[in-house]
Ligand binder design. Structure first.
Ligand SMILES: [Zn+2]
Length: 232
């Protein structure tokens, strides 16, 4: 787990991560948001500042209960969803949320990603779950998100987008990118009759193989309570 703090380096990491989301075609405009856990609270991107205009001093430091430090901009409207991840999932250091195109298509069709490709296991589970719909920025959305993350390190948010967590920002970004790749792949298979799903034994083999990698083992620990579900 990477330790971030309310310093320039951590602020720069948040800025770079939001800009990287755009470079990877996972985010356009001001809809995406990024945060890191600082121990006392979190650093989170502000609302309404375009990624290309974002500077380290624009990044907002606030408590997990919503108190914003003095002289800060207004935090992302999704701050609650970020804060509740840090409160509810000890060990997580970074959260990335975006409306990446294919993840959002599936989220709008309310299609969780099943065990269709072995790499869904990179989220620590047998698929990428779908969080129930709730209004953006609401406590209900945050609760739905946390519920979906009880079995995974990433989820789709119904009629909204996707969210990925990690032990550091590069890991969360990489996972958000993987969710989008898997969503694109699933979308494609649905157009030609749907995927042939891997069975529990095949996915258990993949999850076991991934556990030989340090990060994956930690992911599996965090995404505890895995349930196998071949339904989409
Ligand atoms: Zn959003």
């Amino acid at each position: 787990m990477k330790q971030y703090s309310n310093d320039l380096a951590s602020r720069q990491a948040v800025v770079q991560a939001l800009q990287a989301l755009g470079d990877k075609n996972l985010n356009k405009g001001t809809s995406g948001n990024v945060s890191v856990f600082t121990g006392e609270g979190m650093l989170i991107t502000p609302t309404g500042v375009a990624p290309e205009a974002l500077l380290p001093e624009h990044v907002v430091h606030m408590s997990l209960s919503g108190e914003v430090d003095e002289d800060q901009l207004t935090p992302s409207s999704e701050w609650q969803m970020h804060a509740d991840v840090y409160s509810g999932k000890p060990g997580v250091s970074a959260v990335v949320h975006c409306h990446s195109p294919y993840a959002t298509i599936l989220a709008c069709a309310r299609r969780a990603i099943p065990a269709m490709h072995y790499m869904v296991a990179a989220a620590g589970s047998y698929g990428i779950p779908l969080a129930d719909y709730a209004t953006f920025g609401s406590k209900e959305l945050s609760e739905a998100n946390l519920d979906a993350l009880s079995t995974s390190m990433a989820c789709l948010l119904a009629n909204h987008g996707q969210l990925a967590i990690g032990f550091d920002l590069p890991a969360a970004l990489k996972l958000a990118e993987l969710v989008e790749e898997q969503a694109h792949c699933y979308w494609g298979t649905l157009a030609i009759g749907g995927p042939v799903l891997l069975d529990k034994e095949q996915m258990d083999d993949v999850l076991s193989a991934f556990m030989t990698y340090g990060q994956q083992e930690k992911r599996r620990d965090l995404a505890s309570g895995n349930k196998f579900n071949q339904e989409d």
